[in-house]
Ligand binder design. Sequence first.
Ligand code: URA
Length: 254
Amino acid sequence: MKMRLDRYLAECGCGTRSEVKNLIKKGRVSVNGAVVTDSSAKVETETDAVSFDGMSVGYEQFRYYMLNKPAGCISATNDGLSSTVLDILADENTRDLFPVGRLDKDTEGLLLITNDGQLAHRLLSPRMHVDKTYIAAVSAALGGEELERFAKGLDIGDDKPTLPAQIREVTENEGMIPDRFGAGDAGGAEGYEAVYEVIIREGRYHQIKRMFEALGSRVVYLKRVAMGTLSLDEGLEPGEYRRLTEEELEALNG
Ligand code: URA
């Protein structure tokens, strides 16, 4: 792809468009070994070798990050009041990055952050029915009949009931739920009685919380652990992120 030199450098994270224009003017940028002082010069992103202060600058059209979203930050690109998931990536080139779908402010877990609009569209399109897997700690355990209703699809007050979902109780849940929530303490504000793994194929507003609510239970802790083929890296603590691997990306692109 052909691109203006100043745009190329800005997209590589070397600075804002006006900052890089200045750097170019000062003779600090070279293309294929020759200093270029004209910001409007065109570079071929695939083949031209661009360097800044002698260091080679690589262009990536698309960037992909896996974030373990912590509670307390919002899944948006900017917000006047709360911290956003992009604030966590402040050391990266965040230009054009956005989170693929939203998690509630108090939900933790897997969030894909990218600038690849087509991939995001494929993952989020209701027609694609991409599985989203969550771990939910809830105030009241569900009985057999309630589990069946959950799995069949529930009326949560929308035009249509939810699509069929999968749900199973996770009895071996040691270490899954942060210590700030008390197990077996359903009476307390943050207590939970049971932990479930839930797989849904939609992404309605507050969907998991509303599904449990429809059955008289309350989600006290929610974490997304997978989306399609992408699983949350267990080595990432809340607030940590890493780039996707080639394998993860290939699998997502199917
Ligand atoms: N369902 C919810 O209720 N909240 C989320 O953040 C994601 C799914």
